[in-house]
Design a protein around this ligand. Structure first.
Ligand code: S3P
Length: 180
């Protein structure tokens, strides 16, 4: 009988533009794990874009859907027993129960930390982020979110190229080591 390998989940958190999707994808590839982008799963589940969901249901409606999809994806991951890298949304941790579910599931949270000026540059001109309205509100939201991200188990500097950020995460041995 093959010995079952315990599954692991790394959940990337951080503000819009910090690189969760790009880094998450590359990291999953390096580890040979599954990759799960929460926003993509929300779009698949609802058949609507994130912008449309916000337009039709407002932020509270979006958060409901986000929590439900997160729960579903965590459930699937547990059932199938695979290891995965999750890219959460920038606001997923605004609901404390989402953090509770992630912790209950044994996920390790990694915060991709990036200075606000870099994030502003990266997000300038995007049209698919309903909460990026103008510089002032973007900066304010960033400040409000910092205490949420700081609940992560690790903080990684995400200012540099995604490949370097991946290397930094890989040095956090506890994340990827498989216990006997
Ligand atoms: C949001 C961030 C977005 C997306 C939605 C809300 C937020 O994800 O979930 O627009 O509240 O910060 P990204 O962080 O991947 O842009």
């Amino acid at each position: 009988m093959p010995v079952p390998v315990p599954r692991k989940v790394i959940a990337l958190v951080g503000f819009m533009g910090c690189g969760k999707t790009t880094v998450g994808h590359m990291l999953a590839e390096r580890l040979g794990w599954r990759f799960m982008d929460l926003d993509t799963r929300i779009v698949e589940r609802t058949g609507s874009s994130i912008v449309d969901i916000f337009r039709r249901h407002g932020e509270p409606g979006f958060r409901e859907i986000e929590a439900e999809v997160l729960d579903r994806v965590l459930g699937e991951t547990a059932e199938r027993g695979f290891s995965a890298v999750f890219a959460l949304g920038g606001g997923t941790l605004t609901r404390p129960e989402n953090l509770g579910r992630l912790r209950q599931f044994g996920a390790t949270l990694v915060w991709l930390d990036c200075p606000i000026d870099d994030l502003l540059k990266r997000c300038a001109g995007v049209t698919d982020r309903p909460l990026f309205r103008d510089e002032t509100s973007f900066r304010r939201l960033f400040e409000e979110r910092l205490p949420l991200y700081s609940q992560a188990d690790y903080r990684v500097d995400a200012t540099s190229e995604p490949a370097q950020v991946v290397e930094r995460i890989l040095t956090l041995a506890r994340l990827t080591a498989v216990e006997a």
